[in-house]
Design a protein around this ligand. Structure first.
Ligand code: CTP
Length: 427
């Protein structure tokens, strides 16, 4: 998709810069013509020399490159407005890793290093893609989140960080995705920006874009609560329904989707904004952060209701616990209930309920009221072809206005369409 395209690859001061040569190599493998620009802080983690050797272009590290025309060794074809030449000739720019400081400077128009200067010199239509990387505390700073939301609203694309081991030795959200994933997401973004300009073939059925311009926050998959470093409490949710909702909402309904998903192998290729989490608390944090920017919230995740109170930092040994092992559990955050107290009146909130056939309807209606929902989707764990790992589902939908509708057994993609169509009736 990016074969033959001129990609400016900016690298800023974060430990994740050690992965920069691999990101550059992946971009080149995809056929791109890669031009690297480094900040001086990034040079603490990676070298301009290695990037130049790899990309076969000189890596720029300063606002005043040594081969400026007014220096002693001017390089041919290099003008003093090199950043304008580079920015205007680029097909796209990727900044990975993008530090918290770079996010702030981009938002406030402070262009005091070579990477920022090129970013400011891109043509208006040239996609700018950021892959932030930082420790969890920094990532969760309200200023950082506000900057990201502001940049997103201005059309900048963001490859969200993931959860995992961080440079501090702690674990949490803020880790840059692996180089191959960054480049894959970058290619998807590129593809999407191109398809926005394609005139549709008249014979092709146009997608229903009734949710175009709407921002939908979807949760999916299970959450895992650790017992010790190798064991966890989880549930059998596969993430299929959440992934289907996200894919259908963005590809068929034209919505701008953020998917917050617990451990799942489900693919959401082409989805621009996916946040992978593990625990209920991480899901709660991610949802809380994304909530203000959402018009519609669909809470499909099968959230763990309890976490282990006495988490062991060492692997629990069988010796010494031959008489059994008692785990003390404490309740996790009820994310959906919490949203009810923070949501604005304009936001639509949809919940799910997985219940038995016997008393499912009674429990679903109770949750609809108790969690102040606009709509709840009831499905059953004790019915063939429905529930967690199945590719199909049968559902009953209850709305705040008292209406009830049935969706007969269908694929999860079909179910996703039906749910989104029901949401359209509320809108
Ligand atoms: N939910 C949530 N946070 C939790 C538990 C559930 O946000 N800690 C959300 C789920 O995503 C779903 C809805 O609440 O949309 C109902 O989840 P469910 O597990 O069916 O209900 P619970 O409230 O956990 O009640 P119970 O387990 O007693 O049925």
């Amino acid at each position: 998709m990016i074969r033959g395209k001129k990609i400016i690859y900016g690298i800023t001061g974060s430990v994740a810069s050690v992965k920069a040569p691999i990101v550059a190599r992946e971009l080149m493998r995809a056929g791109a013509d890669v031009h690297c620009v480094l900040t001086q802080h990034a040079e603490q983690f990676t070298t301009a020399y290695a990037l130049s050797v790899l990309t076969k272009h000189e890596t720029i590290t300063s606002i005043f490159p040594s081969h400026f025309p007014n220096t002693q060794h001017p390089a041919p074809n290099t003008s003093s407005t090199w950043h304008i030449d580079l920015g205007r000739s680029a097909d796209a720019m990727l900044i990975a890793p993008c530090s918290a400081t770079t996010l702030g400077k981009l938002r406030f128009g402070i262009y005091d290093n070579a990477v920022l200067l090129v970013a400011a010199s891109l043509k208006e239509v040239t996609p700018l893609v950021l892959a932030p990387a930082m420790d969890e505390e920094m990532w969760l700073q309200p200023a950082v989140q506000e900057n990201i939301e502001w940049l997103r609203a201005k059309g900048v694309y963001v490859i969200d960080p993931t959860s995992g081991a961080l440079a501090s030795g702690l674990s949490g959200i803020g880790r840059m995705k692996e180089p191959d994933e960054v480049v894959k997401e970058f290619e998807n973004i590129w593809q999407q920006t191109k398809s926005e300009n394609i005139i549709p073939d008249p014979g092709h059925q146009a997608p229903d874009t009734n949710l175009k311009g709407k921002r939908i926050l979807i949760t999916g998959g299970p959450t895992y609560e650790p017992i010790d470093p190798v064991r966890f409490i989880g549930n059998r949710s596969s993430g299929k329904m959440g992934a289907a909702l996200a894919n259908v909402a963005s590809q068929e309904f034209g919505a701008s989707v953020t998917l917050v998903i617990g451990p799942s192998t489900e693919k959401t290729d082409g989805l621009l904004h996916r946040i992978d989490v593990e625990t209920t608390s991480q899901m709660h944090d991610a949802v809380t952060q994304q909530l203000p920017a959402a018009d519609i919230i669909i809470m499909n995740a099968a959230v763990s209701d309890y976490r282990v109170k006495n988490y062991s930092i060492a692997k629990l040994k069988k010796n010494g616990s031959l008489n059994g092992l008692t785990l003390e559990l404490e309740p996790t955050e009820d994310i959906l209930k919490d949203i009810a107290s923070k949501r604005s009146a304009k936001q639509i909130v949809v919940g799910f309920a997985l219940e038995s056939k016997e008393r499912g309807e009674e429990y679903a209606r109770k949750k609809l009221a108790e969690k102040s929902l606009d709509m709840i989707v009831l499905n059953f764990y004790d019915e063939a072809g429905a529930g967690f790992s199945s590719d199909t589902n049968r559902m009953t939908i209850f709305k705040k206005d008292g209406t009830r509708s049935e969706i007969a057994l269908a694929s999860k993609t079909e179910c996703a369409r039906a749910i989104l169509n029901e949401i359209l009736t509320i809108l």
